[in-house]
Unconditional design. Structure first.
Length: 36
C-alpha cells in the first residue's frame, strides 16, 4: 500500500479497522490477535 495524505488519519484508521473486523468475522479461523 502506498501512503497518501489520509494515511494514519482517524478516518483511515476507522475505515481500516471496520474492514479488518468484517474480514475477521467472515473468516473465524483467523487468530483474533491479528485484528486487535
Amino acid at each position: 500500500m502506498t501512503p497518501h495524505p489520509g494515511f494514519g488519519s482517524a478516518e483511515f484508521a476507522t475505515s481500516f479497522n471496520t474492514v479488518a473486523a468484517e474480514y475477521a468475522s467472515s473468516r473465524p479461523d483467523y487468530p483474533p490477535a491479528l485484528y486487535d
